[in-house]
Design a protein around this ligand. Structure first.
Ligand SMILES: NC(=O)CC[C@H](N)C(=O)O
Length: 364
């Protein structure tokens, strides 16, 4: 906790007010409130592009105590819109750390609030569901905050992926590799790309709206459909590309948003969840092997379980052991599969990394 702190206010769309202290950048920020139950890995979480448009509560009581550095990132900048914590620590201790969380949030202009009763807040979101919120250390008048909050668009129906996708194509891995993967970037996490290149793939990463004709010019052995922020049903352009890719009959692997888009490309609808799944310890059962995995998750939308079960050509490969939501699917007559969770983890356990091996094996 820094020595001198201004007061700050968190207002929820349902009128609930939480008083706390300003941390990081001062000012005002808005977005959809969500919570992550992970005890560690906060820098990887803050830089995950799938969090764009969201204000994040860290459930852990202390965040910031091991500082930040330049390597523990999933993209070039912090992507959360704001941070809420019980204790956000300015002092840190770790030999690899290069700076404090406070300095990092200031540098990335992330308005944050601490000294909030996060247990009560998370319990409230779990009961009432996802909603928009506003944090401010400059506007302390509730009516004025309410007026600002009313201008914030709903996450439902929001297309955000094209805002965080790369604007230029780029290649990674060994250009001499015979294994080529065309990546569609909707906000891809860096470690997903590393999981592919570490397994020998040469990859080309493409902007979100790249048509199949351009993807094919790379002569790929397979296609990877990335994670990303926003509502998948607001991305008809991506669903069209996926349908065209599926007609190619080449291996396809999708993660999170990529999983939702694969469902939509098979006419399975997606829906807005009550408050989503975000954390590092979500149990998932692999129905093909019977084994359980502890997984990293970050999603606020899901694929319609009834529509998946009724689909003649889609097989459920993974289910969530907490709520039986659909965690993985496979297209029966095509070499295409996807998972709702994050096998690249970072942060999280490595239980599900085998999915990258499966994708490589499918291409070989
Ligand atoms: N991590 C992701 O790809 C998130 C997908 C989607 N934006 C969701 O919230 O469900």
């Amino acid at each position: 906790m820094p020595q001198t702190q201004k007061p700050a206010i968190l207002l929820l769309a349902d009128g609930h007010v939480f008083h706390g202290k300003a941390f990081g950048a001062t000012g005002t920020t808005t977005g959809e409130i969500c919570f992550n139950t992970g005890m560690t890995g906060y820098q990887e979480v803050f830089t995950d592009p799938s969090y764009s448009g969201q204000v994040l509560i860290m459930n852990n009581v202390h965040t910031g105590n091991y500082g930040v550095n330049i390597t523990d990132v999933e993209s070039k900048s912090v992507k959360i819109r704001g941070l809420i914590g019980r204790n956000l620590e300015e002092r840190y201790s770790r030999y690899q750390a290069t700076d404090s969380l406070d300095a990092y949030l200031k540098e990335n202009n992330i308005v944050s609030i601490e000294d909030v009763d996060t247990r009560a807040l998370v319990a409230h979101i779990r009961t009432k569901g996802a909603m928009n919120c506003i944090i401010s250390s400059e506007i302390l008048d509730i009516d004025q905050l309410k007026a600002e909050l009313a201008k914030v668009p709903d996450m439902d129906g929001l297309e955000l992926a094209s805002e965080v996708s790369t604007t230029e194509e780029y290649e990674l891995g060994d250009p001499a590799s015979p294994l080529k993967v065309a990546v569609l970037d909707f906000g891809v996490k860096r470690n997903i790309l590393t999981c592919l290149t570490d397994r020998g793939a040469h990859i080309r990463v493409h902007p979100a709206k790249t048509p199949l004709a351009r993807l094919k010019e790379f002569n790929p052995n397979g296609y990877f459909i990335s994670n990303g922020p926003g509502d998948p049903s607001a991305m008809p352009y991506a669903v069209e590309t996926l349908k065209a890719i599926l007609a190619e009959e080449k291996p396809l692997f999708g993660i999170c948003l990529g999983h939702q888009l694969l469902a939509l490309a098979n006419d399975i609808p997606t829906f807005k969840m009550h408050h989503g799944h975000r954390g590092l310890n979500h149990p998932v059962k692999n129905l093909q092997t019977g084994r359980s995995e502890i997984t990293t998750q970050n999603h606020g939308f899901g694929v319609d379980p009834e529509a998946v079960r009724k689909h003649p050509n889609v097989e459920i490969t993974h289910v969530n052991l907490n709520d039986e939501s659909i965690e993985g699917i496979r297209i029966k007559n095509k070499p295409a599969f996807s998972v709702q969770y994050h096998p690249e983890s970072t942060p999280g356990p490595f239980d599900s990394r085998y999915l990258f091996d499966d994708f490589i094996a499918l291409m070989k």
